[in-house]
Design a protein around this ligand. Structure first.
Ligand SMILES: Cc1cc2nc3c(=O)[nH]c(=O)nc-3n(C[C@H](O)[C@H](O)[C@H](O)COP(=O)(O)OP(=O)(O)OC[C@H]3O[C@@H](n4cnc5c(N)ncnc54)[C@H](O)[C@@H]3O)c2cc1C
Length: 417
């Protein structure tokens, strides 16, 4: 069955179905997981499986077993369970997953420190570091085996024609598709969000995230390290190279001028700067891979839905990476949307109907907004200069560290348990 579907996905788009229940645009982590989840879930629908089109403008990233992807995501247990439902977790784990059992967060001044440990809450880990390319590759392989998903890649939408009961689109090769529901999973700069004039609230953090992979003197202890500095947080996420624990993926968020300076350093100077910034928590930084600088912008769509169109993942909300929540929020979006779609389908309601989509928006917006507000609060709190604020903040962290039940509850919330 698998190989026949792979062939059908190689057919010219004219040979494929052009009438779909759901059209997903963007096959990043969120869009690809959506197509997979909806395709599988709907196999149990009374009305039969949904027909899904997945449109992606770029060739999928390729996982490289010889080298860590500079783009990784720390995913929660809840997200891992979702990927299991998609049928891809084992495939991702077979490529490479680094699980972490502890997290240590401290303040630049060294007076506030908090440590979370999975053993305190009787869990095998706090979360998992997955490489974006490993996850997307596993999802795309699964999708190739799903009879009810057609992949259009590389392809982009050039025209939208709205009729009352369908949304019709035209692709750049002239293919016409129509669907009941269009899901925008096309990322933070969503062209669909722009086209349909969804309003957003957004602001520039004035921060740039430097991401890369490093090799350190000491093993990473399967611990995620995060140091908050007034100029921005530095995260060292532990990577597992077949048992060798000397690598970390870093996300070093700095104000733009400082990030430019750090990017201009040669590798040796950068390793020294990073060793100092991490307070040598893993000894000296010995090696650094190619660095990438990503400007950070917080953005939230005021509405996620209009008739026949819904925003999901970063197209609906993009958030500072300091707490590693972005894709976890995206996965939570699609879990809820899948429930609402199932509910609508079983009641024979048109899936593009606003009554179906609004239920998704009502359930997801408060949580996404609360997480974004918390991240903004964190960023401001650690950038604060007044001594009283700094003292209270650092005392708060250390006090919380001693309050085991509260701390354990916090970890469970962060893990989505
Ligand atoms: C430095 C950094 C570190 C992060 N760390 C974490 C972390 O540890 N944990 C976490 O949960 N999150 C993290 N995030 C956030 C996470 O990366 C994002 O939330 C996630 O990538 C969003 O996935 P997405 O599929 O919604 O969007 P994207 O990953 O942006 O995917 C969008 C897809 O749509 C395609 N596309 C775009 N436009 C079109 C179009 N017009 N037509 C067709 N296709 C199109 C793109 O090619 C792409 O494949 C981090 C983010 C950054 C910047």
């Amino acid at each position: 069955m698998g190989s026949s579907k792979r062939e059908s996905n190689r057919k010219s788009s004219r040979e494929r179905n052009s009438q779909y229940d759901v059209i997903v645009v963007g096959a990043g982590m969120v869009g690809a997981a959506t197509a997979c989840l909806f395709a599988k879930d709907s196999q149990k629908y009374k009305s039969g499986p949904l027909k899904i089109a997945l449109i992606e403008s770029r060739e999928s990233p390729q996982f490289n077993p010889q080298q860590f992807d500079p783009r990784v995501a720390a995913i929660t247990e809840k997200s891992r369970q979702l990927l299991e439902r998609c049928g891809v977790w084992d495939a991702v784990a077979a490529k490479r997953v680094s699980s972490y059992g502890a997290m240590e967060v401290w303040d630049a001044e060294g007076t506030g420190r908090i440590k979370f440990d999975c053993h305190d809450i009787h869990q095998p880990s706090l979360g998992h570091i997955v490489e974006n390319s490993a996850l997307v590759e596993a999802l795309m392989a699964e999708i190739a085996d799903l009879e009810n998903v057609d992949l259009y890649c590389p392809a982009a939408i050039t025209e939208y024609q709205n009729t009352e009961d369908r949304l019709n689109i035209v692709l750049d090769d002239g293919t016409h598709l129509s669907g009941n529901l269009l899901l925008a999973a096309d990322g933070a700069n969503s062209a669909i969000r722009e086209h349909f004039e969804f309003e957003t609230v957004e602001w520039d953090y004035g921060h740039v995230a430097i991401v890369t992979t490093i090799k350190t003197e000491q093993p990473n202890q399967r611990t995620a390290w995060q140091r908050f500095m007034p100029s921005g947080p530095l995260a060292l996420l532990p990577l597992d190279n077949s048992g060798d624990l000397h690598h970390c993926s870093i996300v070093w968020s700095q104000d733009t001028a400082e990030a430019e300076r750090l990017m201009s350093l040669d590798d040796e100077q950068f390793c020294s700067a990073l060793s100092r910034a991490s307070e040598h928590c893993l000894g000296d930084v010995h090696e650094v891979e190619k660095r990438f600088a990503i400007p950070l912008r917080q953005r939230h769509a005021k509405d996620y839905v209009i008739p026949r169109v819904a925003l999901i993942g970063d197209a609906a909300h993009s958030i500072h990476p300091l707490a590693g929540q972005g894709v976890n929020l995206g996965f939570a979006d699609i879990e809820v949307l899948a429930e609402e779609i199932a509910r609508g389908a079983n009641r024979e309601i048109d899936l593009g109907d606003l009554s179906v989509l609004k239920r998704y928006q009502r359930r997801r917006k408060p949580e996404n907004l609360a997480t974004m507000a918390a991240m903004e609060g964190f960023k401001r709190l650690f950038a604060a200069q007044p001594p009283a604020v700094r003292l209270l903040r650092n005392m708060g962290m250390s006090t919380l560290n001693e309050l085991t039940p509260v701390k354990n509850q916090l970890i469970k919330i962060a893990m989505g348990l």
